[in-house]
Design a protein around this ligand. Structure first.
Ligand code: NAD
Length: 281
């Protein structure tokens, strides 16, 4: 069994992005730019935004947080996003979610131009993924593909099962695996015989949000198991997979923490660089 080290792989990706961003600057005289919009003072969101800005600085991006108060109006947030959309120094725009309840998040996100949608959440980018066209893919599922590729997992022709069908994890995950020629099944809260479907998977991705949901009897001997879940139990972070019981059956598995989690920011950096590179084409 191989324990996939997400921290180490994320560090490799950050180093690659740094090198490519330096090359991009040397060739074009342009710094890669990311704008992060934070509305309100949710402490968890503030930490996420700080970490994103810090990661950008470490790879030499030009990055700024744009903070608005919790009572900012729809118009104020929309005007800020429009201003960032028009700013050519900015290649990626990220609106930190969740937004305060009085705001219409969908309308705000729709103002981010597809080519600056570094989160890959837009319908246009999800559609591009569905059609196998170039675009930006949501950071977390893209990070899972990197973990699999850099751990030597074979994907083509394998049976992959994704548990979870959200637009930001489960669905793009399934489409990425399908585009990589796996035979993909998506399970969700209404799936019948979930355990027996999971037990057929060569690659099992859990993106549910329920602590230790995936138990050893649901996992095929030799499977690659990727745990996207983040759950807090008695102050401790645990995944959707019962790691201790499942790990001995697998060929490779991600821990929580230290598996998929660190990949998300690394892929955000990679997506921002790709947006900057595409902006010159
Ligand atoms: P979500 O709540 O939007 O979706 C959860 C999915 O799980 C749904 O599609 C639902 O159908 C399915 N589900 C719920 N109960 C189920 C059950 N009993 N059986 C089968 N399926 C069931 O969540 P999300 O945004 O997709 O995130 C999923 C998990 O991944 C969460 O724990 C979240 O915190 C974590 N997450 C981690 C990262 C990261 O960086 N590691 C990023 C995003 C999300």
């Amino acid at each position: 069994m191989k324990r996939i080290d997400g921290k180490e792989i994320a560090a490799q990706i950050r180093a690659e992005v740094k090198e490519d961003a330096e090359k991009f600057f040397a060739e074009n005289g342009i710094k890669v730019g990311l704008a992060v919009v934070l509305v309100g003072d949710d402490p968890a969101s503030a930490v996420y935004v700080r970490n994103k800005i810090k990661a950008c600085e470490e790879v030499g991006f030009l990055s700024s947080a744009y903070r608005l108060p919790a009572d900012a109006t729809q118009d104020e947030v929309e005007s800020l996003v429009v201003q960032l959309a028009e700013d050519e120094r900015i290649h990626g725009i990220l609106v930190q979610l969740p937004l305060p309840g009085h705001l219409d998040a969908e309308r705000i996100l729709a103002l981010i131009p597809t080519e600056k949608d570094v989160d890959g959440f837009s319908a246009e980018n999800l559609g591009r993924l569905a059609c196998g066209k170039e675009g930006t893919v949501a950071c977390t599922p893209l990070g899972v593909m990197e973990l699999l590729a850099r751990s030597g997992a074979e994907i083509a022709g394998k049976r992959a099962v994704v548990i979870g069908r959200s637009n930001i994890v489960g669905k793009p995950m399934a489409m990425l695996l399908l585009n990589a020629n796996a035979t993909v099944t998506v399970c969700h809260s209404k799936t019948k015989d979930l355990a027996s479907i999971c037990a057929q998977a060569d690659i099992l991705v859990a993106a549910i949000g329920r602590a230790k949901f995936v138990t050893a009897d649901m996992v095929k001997e030799g499977a690659a198991v990727i745990d996207v879940g983040i759950n807090r139990v008695d102050g401790k972070l645990v995944g959707d997979v019962d790691y201790d019981a499942v790990a001995p059956k697998t060929s490779m598995i991600t821990p929580v923490p230290g598996g998929v989690g660190p990949m998300t920011i690394a892929m955000l950096l990679k997506n921002t660089l790709s947006c900057a590179q595409r902006s010159l084409r």
